[in-house]
Design a protein. Structure first.
Length: 296
């Protein structure tokens, strides 16, 4: 796992509407890039739009798929990945429609659904709801998630929110949010709605991503392994031993990696891992493998 540095930054002004007082400590890498030797913040030629201009050959999705499948074949458990680069339009998926127990990545869906409900009522979150939201996303507090799931209307409420968000492969359990089923493709759809023009307004979208950019340092694993020096990461991970819906550990990671040349939305889900460590290794390697190839 790459060493990470928590850097202080002011939250977006939208947080004043959806979550006043939030100060972001964005997850950022502070090491020279081992692949290129470039220090954080270094850029190449600048294009007309002000971003670095990089020549890229077409993405060889067939070769990447073969590589990902070969890796999965020698790993315990099962996994799926979906990634999109909003800057280049590149995308890649392998077992992206596979269904996995959601565990705590469902908390992003819960908060998004609650914000949609409050938006419909033309009001923001209460102070107590903001406090619960911070605990749920930053600390992955399950009791906070229980309370906000109830405020969101439980499974039926999130199901209605997901219909508006375009999530077609997520099945929220009525009361046990962590037992919900989802897919990497649906998780990228959720991230896309937060990063772009989804039904949730800009203040709500930026609030969710702001919280995802401030998770506790010890929970900043997962898709962050694919980040390069100086890039910002907003993520949410999920991990739980599974008993009634299979066996082993479910380990999931979803997030956004933003840099001068790329804007990646990534979701990696895994199940039937013998240990949590096995699952984390699989998720991080798959995220890094796919994103690194999409950069070329």
């Amino acid at each position: 796992m790459r060493r990470q540095l928590i850097v202080l930054a002011l939250a977006a002004s939208a947080a004043a509407t959806a979550g006043a007082g939030l100060t972001a400590r964005w997850i950022m890498s502070d090491e020279p890039d081992r692949k290129t030797g470039v220090q954080a913040g270094a850029t190449g030629p600048v294009g007309k739009d002000g971003t670095a201009a990089v020549a890229r050959r077409p993405l060889d999705t067939a070769r990447l798929r073969q590589t990902v499948r070969a890796y999965n074949a020698q790993r315990p458990g099962k996994a799926g990945v979906m990634a999109v680069d909003l800057r280049t339009g590149r995308s890649f998926g392998e077992n992206e429609k596979g269904r996995f127990v959601s565990a705590s990545i469902m908390k992003v869906d819960i908060l998004t659904g609650l914000l949609l409900r409050r938006q419909n009522d033309r009001r923001g979150l209460s102070e107590s709801e903001k406090d619960l939201a911070r605990q749920m996303i930053r600390e992955s507090d399950n009791s906070a998630a229980d309370a906000l799931y109830a405020e969101s209307g439980y499974g039926s409420g999130i199901r209605e929110a997901n219909r508006r968000l375009g999530l077609t492969e997520t099945t929220p359990f009525q009361t046990s949010w962590g037992s919900s089923l989802t897919s990497p493709a649906d998780q990228v759809r959720l991230l896309t709605s937060l990063a772009g023009n989804g039904p949730l307004g800009p203040p709500g979208r930026e609030y969710v991503l702001g919280l995802m950019g401030t998770v506790l340092r010890e929970q900043a694993w997962g898709v962050s392994a694919a980040a390069r020096p100086g890039e910002r990461v907003a993520l949410k991970n999920g991990w739980t031993p599974v008993r009634e819906q299979g066996h082993g550990w479910t380990i999931n990671s979803i997030g956004r990696i933003t840099g001068p040349d790329h804007d990646f939305l990534v979701a990696v889900c895994s199940g039937e891992n013998p240990t949590m460590e096995d699952g984390v290794t699989t998720v991080e390697h798959m995220a890094d493998l796919v994103v690194s190839t999409m950069r070329q």
